[in-house]
Design a protein around this ligand. Sequence first.
Ligand code: THU
Length: 140
Amino acid sequence: MLAADAKAMLVEGALEARENAYAPYSHFAVGACLLTEDGSYYRGCNIENSSYGATNCAERTAIFKAVSEGHRRICGIAIAGGPEGEDPNGYAYPCGICRQVMREFAGPDLPVLVAKSSSDVKEFTLGELLACSFTSENLV
Ligand code: THU
């Protein structure tokens, strides 16, 4: 369970992280903010590339930042996305690759907050968004 103040921090962080999105091709700005098990917050934005497949999503930017700083467990993540330079006009759900990357560093009970604004937030568990997931346990 995430406390209400942690949820608010995650949503604010995701909305603010959108401001750094590098999205000159899609003009769709996404921000993400996650909370690690030991109480650290990491933010990320989407970073596009002229070779479109080299684009990195906001969620993976935040996750890779956290993991590269030594964190291995995520206990909450928020995402917000919409047209560049505008407030989100809908819910930007995490893509399939990002759901799988979240699963690497969190269990199916991970709270995933999808925010349209600070007061308009849908909450899911990762298990709802990625059922019957493939994990390291499949490899033993
Ligand atoms: N995008 C994300 O950052 N996260 C997602 O989960 C879905 C899509 C970005 C990638 C690309 O820069 C833009 O949104 C349009 O697809």
